[in-house]
Design a protein around this ligand. Structure first.
Ligand SMILES: O=C(O)CCC(=O)C(=O)O
Ligand SMILES: [Fe+2]
Length: 289
């Protein structure tokens, strides 16, 4: 990986995102892909969506999809030494340090798959701020958060790569996809919806990435992605970090610049009901119907 710190900070401030090629060195990609396949097979053992603490799997069940699919995993660091260490690799500090400083907590660890054949693999345009319920737990949630997306498989227009509206972060919170039941994986965003909040659909950028490339964005950056129309899965890693000293949410990743493992018990991250039930549980939700 090589990047210019000043460019990175400026691009994020100006465009709402930045791309870093070869964030993960090419020698490490194969293992990342193999560990991701292992995680997929572990998640697929569950007949329905599952939660244990912050660890969670989102399943599309055979009953409604003809076949079982895993589309998301959350906080798998709790079941994988590899991913526990991955989340606090030095590359993350190198990139995040100029933006958030030396004390960094992680509030989201996710992998999203788009298995061919699973109908619901698109994400309507949105701003991630909508997924932060406890705004008071952060001093300045917008400026103190960054998300790092990493392509595990190649990310292409055909397989539903991330799509970003440059400079869209300058207009505050726009309420995209908040209408209806607010499910961002049902339906697609129509151009009119973007136009009605002052965005020009012609400016959308398809963020095509090679495995190991990263894209950084913020909580107000408008983005989404289309369903996978290719014959190959698309695994994409998402990690959100916050400034540790001003945030009451998240697991430590770096303290005073030192990579810090998970503790004994999970901390509140994005899932606010965490402590209501720390036992393993199946989630009988049918949001996809
Ligand atoms: O996986 C993707 O393509 C985008 C997901 C996303 O934007 C989100 O979960 O907030
Ligand atoms: Fe998002």
């Amino acid at each position: 990986m090589s990047f210019d710190t000043k460019d990175l900070v400026e691009q994020i401030a100006e465009n709402g995102y930045a791309i870093i090629r070869k964030f993960i060195d090419p020698e490490s990609i194969l293992e990342l892909q193999e560990q991701t396949k292992w995680l997929y097979s572990e998640g697929l053992k569950h007949y329905a969506s599952f939660r244990h603490g912050n660890l969670s799997f989102e399943i599309l069940p055979e009953k409604h999809f003809g076949k079982r699919y895993l589309i998301q995993a959350y906080w798998f660091a709790w079941m994988s030494k590899y991913f526990e260490e991955f989340r606090r690799r030095p590359e993350f500090l190198e990139v995040i340090n100029p933006l958030l400083g030396d004390n960094i907590k992680q509030v989201a660890q996710q992998i999203h798959w788009k298995p061919p054949g699973a109908r619901l693999t698109g994400y309507r345009f949105h701003q991630d701020l909508r997924f932060r319920e406890s705004r008071d737990a952060y001093q300045d949630i917008v400026n103190d958060t960054v998300t790092v997306g990493i392509a595990i498989d190649p990310a292409t227009s055909e397989n539903g790569c991330l799509r970003i509206v440059p400079r869209s972060h300058k207009n505050g919170y726009l309420g995209l996809s908040d209408n209806g039941d607010g499910m961002i994986m049902k339906g697609l965003t129509h151009d009119d919806e973007l136009r009605s909040v002052g965005l020009d659909p012609r400016t959308i950028v398809d963020v095509e990435l090679e495995p190991g490339d990263a894209v950084i964005w913020g909580l107000l950056t408008v983005h989404g992605s289309l369903p996978n129309s290719s014959q190959h899965d698309r695994a994409f890693s998402l990690s959100s970090y916050v400034r540790g000293d001003t945030s009451q949410r998240g697991e430590w990743a770096f303290r005073d610049g030192v990579s810090t493992p998970l503790g004994d018990i999970p901390q509140l991250c994005k899932y606010e009901k965490l402590y209501e039930n720390l036992e393993p549980q199946y989630i009988e939700s049918d949001w996809y119907l």
